[in-house]
Write a protein that binds this ligand. Structure first.
Ligand code: ADP
Ligand code: MG
Length: 484
């Protein structure tokens, strides 16, 4: 292996604009071979744009990149650099081994005879390097999201990457899977590889990285060693002003007798059941469970998008309205070519009808602008095409769509998945506000912080059973973390 300095990366006065929109404003950053750097910043700060410039997906508007002291157009041509984007670029219909060798020349014994055995052994070596213990002829489709990510990591490392660049790959993974990925990245860094990782998760930064770089509004505003930082210090770096993310007013009012809004009676759906659950006005109920527990199926049944195999969903209010924030917002959520406004208002159009027929465009626009501002959607214009928004901002728009329906019941799946620290606390405040205004809220989440921070009562799906609801005040932090 060549010495570490040949993997030094130097970013000088890098700028990137899209039309009049300056997304990166003169970034200067030096990363030495073997460093583990966490890149943080609010949704829309320009993190992915920076990484796409490094990857050669976008051309910089100005500035210079150097790798090992040599000026390069991008890092894409170097065999020593591997990128793992949110879309992993793997093929579900192929085996692990086939995915690992995708796009590389096949190993041949004599002329056209392929050396299957060599390919297999190489695949096994690649997997063991990331701590994945699976037969290499397993179909990719049969893997969990975390295992797929590990295959993607194994693939870039197998190709000799000594610099790994990872863009928010862990943010959509369940905690246990995310931990495995982080552990294998940390091991790669221990072995001398450079890791540059974009994440919103404070714990990942604190546990794995050696250095934190914060990007806000296209500017590199902080650069500090991780050692000596704690959660609060990280949050301050990210927010530019002090703010306690967890200080959310639960605001449980004296509601008198609880008013049931919707009830599940002996519901069975897929692997789950029987489920008995009543949602009350003014209360936030949290349900959690491991991936594959059927957690989101329960949520879909509450929303009416999934018909249960048996049992009864009882609507306890006439004309009851429900709204869903689905768990996979990139694939289940938005219409790329339409604007933010159109995406937000699509399921609430009846609200703006005049004389039962025509939409009142001024009121529609006003309400959308209001919701976009409430959720701090960036860029703020509601005429922005949905597809150019960053992942976190797409999620805010889908959230806004649920808000605009003004339903009696909100069903929120993984409400903070992939959003930055500031937005997370905004979403928490918002959810409490919904309950205060009398809505019934169901949060189906695998993130312990969601349950802690906004829910009044919580329960877990274990072995297909929804356990009895418990008040959050009865649970200790460690108990809850063990639950999830
Ligand atoms: P992050 O990854 O930090 O959340 P992004 O780099 O995805 O942020 O986006 C930064 C800004 O650049 C956003 O305002 C986004 O709308 C804008 N942007 C990103 N890609 C494009 C594009 N292809 N065309 C126009 N604007 C874009
Ligand atoms: Mg991004």
């Amino acid at each position: 292996m060549s010495d570490a300095s040949s993997h030094d990366l130097e970013i000088r006065q890098l700028r990137k604009s899209f039309g009049p929109n300056q997304v990166l404003k003169s970034i200067n950053l030096t990363i030495r071979g073997g460093e583990f750097v966490g890149l943080m910043g609010p949704n829309g700060a320009g993190k992915s744009t920076l990484i796409k410039v490094l990857a050669g997906v976008y051309e910089a508007t100005a500035g210079e990149l150097q790798l090992g002291g040599r000026v390069v157009r991008s890092l894409a041509d170097s065999p020593h650099v591997g990128f793992i984007h949110q879309d992993l670029g793997l093929v579900d219909g192929l085996t692990i081994a086939q995915n690992l060798s995708l796009g590389t020349p096949p190993k041949r014994l004599f002329g056209p005879i392929l050396n299957k055995r060599a390919e297999r052994e190489e695949a096994e070596r690649a997997l063991s390097r990331v701590g994945l213990d699976l037969p290499v002829d397993t179909l990719l489709a049969d893997l969990t999201a975390g295992e797929k990510t590990l295959v993607a990591v194994a693939r870039v490392m197998d190709r000799g990457a000594r610099i790994l660049v990872i863009d928010e790959t862990t943010s959509t993974l369940p905690p246990a899977d995310a931990n495995r990925v982080i552990r294998s990245l940390a091991a790669a860094a221990e072995g001398g590889a450079t890791v540059i990782m974009v994440t919103h998760k404070l714990a990942e930064i604190l546990h794995a990285t050696k250095r934190v770089v914060v990007l806000i509004d296209g500017e590199l505003v902080r650069d500090a060693p991780t050692e000596g930082l704690d959660r609060a210090a990280l949050v301050r770096m990210l927010m530019q002003h002090e703010m306690d993310v967890l200080d959310i007013d639960r605001g449980t009012s004296d509601k008198g007798a609880p008013e049931g809004v919707i009830e599940l009676r002996d519901i069975r759906v897929g692997k789950v059941g029987p489920v008995n659950l009543r949602l009350d006005a003014g209360e936030v109920i949290g349900i959690s469970g491991l991936p594959g527990s059927g957690l989101h199926d329960v949520a879909f049944v509450v929303n009416g998008t999934l018909r249960p195999d048996s049992g009864e969903v009882v609507l306890l209010r006439p004309g009851l309205r429900r709204a869903l924030v689905p768990p996979h917002r990139e694939s289940q959520g938005g219409f790329g070519e339409l604007s933010v406004r159109e995406n937000a208002s699509v399921s609430a159009l009846s609200r703006w009808r005049r004389l039962g027929l025509l939409i009142d465009p001024r009121r529609e626009r006003r309400d959308c602008v209001e919701v976009a501002a409430e959720l701090s959607v960036r860029p703020p214009s509601v005429d922005t095409p949905f597809e150019v928004l960053s992942g976190g901002n797409k999620q805010k728009v889908i959230f806004g769509r649920a808000l605009l329906r003004r339903p009696d019941v909100y069903v929120l799946c993984e409400p903070t998945r992939g959003v930055d620290v500031g937005t997370r606390s905004e979403i928490y405040r918002l959810i409490r506000g919904l309950a205060r205004d009398g809505a019934a809220v169901l949060v189906a989440s695998s993130d312990a912080e969601d349950l802690f921070t906004v829910c009044d009562r919580v329960s877990l799906v274990v072995d297909g059973r929804l356990q009895p609801l418990r008040h959050i005040s009865e649970l200790s932090a460690s108990e809850l973390e063990l639950m999830v």
